[in-house]
Design a protein around this ligand. Structure first.
Ligand SMILES: Nc1ncnc2c1ncn2[C@@H]1O[C@H](COP(=O)(O)OP(=O)(O)OP(=O)(O)O)[C@@H](O)[C@H]1O
Ligand SMILES: [Mg+2]
Length: 239
């Protein structure tokens, strides 16, 4: 890999649900400051990998972040250690306002000035959220909820973001916007692990990627290499 410092290392990860082996001996790493993407079809195991990293499901194998072993660490402590997840399907609080949803993510931060700055940052990335700040989360459009979910992860201050299909359900214009924002966030210093079915866009913005099929990594390479790979072209880029 090109990056000098490995920040997240996943080694021989296995996740099973009853009899289903959802993740079957997967190893990969993410360098500090990188965008790394995991692509794969429905059911390939992408979300399971992110859930394991976030401490939401049991697994075997090892996951380390900044050389800290994450096994047996509670989910909230993993956020505190520096990893925030934007879950698939958004996971925002429907009966809380946009402001309240964002505020919740700052619970570990006591610095009022810093929180105000973070609000400003999120609202400048997503002006729509500013307009809707007093509206209930559940009343937002799908795309707006997606923005709120990303905004909330940014409010945590975590240096690493796990994004689970941030482009899902968005119009083509919003898809372009969200990928641009992901790039901007990355340039501002965040390390990003991006799970996507939109292989085209995600390989375009990622330094490196891994292709998953039924719980295994079948290909890996730079974003460019994978975009040019005939197998990826055929299966994920529409031929
Ligand atoms: N809670 C669960 N109980 C039982 N099986 C599950 C559970 N969650 C996921 N699975 C199964 O594990 C496999 C991997 O699921 P996962 O959600 O990780 O896939 P994915 O790559 O994120 O798919 P998608 O692109 O559709 O979101 C699938 O076969 C799925 O049916
Ligand atoms: Mg998924």
């Amino acid at each position: 890999m090109t990056s000098s410092e490995i920040i997240l290392a996943v080694s021989h990860l296995k996740v099973s649900y009853d009899s289903i082996q959802a993740v079957d001996d997967i190893s990969f790493e993410v360098g500090k400051g990188e965008i790394v993407t995991l692509i794969g079809a429905n059911g390939a195991g992408k979300s399971s990998i992110l859930r394991a990293i976030s401490g939401l499901i049991p697994y075997s194998g090892s996951i380390t972040y900044a050389e800290k072993d994450l096994k047996n660490i509670a989910a909230d402590q993993i956020v505190a250690a520096g990893i925030a997840q934007v879950p698939e399907g958004r996971g925002i609080f429907g009966n809380l306002t946009v402001m309240e949803n964002l505020k919740i993510a700052t619970w570990q931060n006591k610095d009022k000035e810093k929180i105000a700055k973070d609000f400003e940052n999120v609202f400048s990335l997503f002006p729509r959220l500013k307009e809707r700040s007093k509206q209930q989360g559940g009343m937002l459009s799908g795309g707006e909820q997606q923005m709120l979910a990303v905004g909330r992860a940014l409010m945590t201050d975590a240096p690493m973001l796990l994004l689970d299909e941030p482009s899902m359900g968005l119009s083509p214009v919003l898809v372009r916007d969200i990928f641009k924002i992901i790039q901007d966030i990355n340039r501002a210093g965040k390390t990003i692990l991006l799970v996507e079915q939109n292989a085209n866009m995600s390989l375009h913005i990622a330094q490196r990627g891994y292709v998953l099929e039924t719980g295994r990594i079948v290909l890996s390479g730079t974003g460019k290499e994978l975009t040019g790979n005939p197998r990826v072209k055929e299966a994920y880029l529409g031929g």
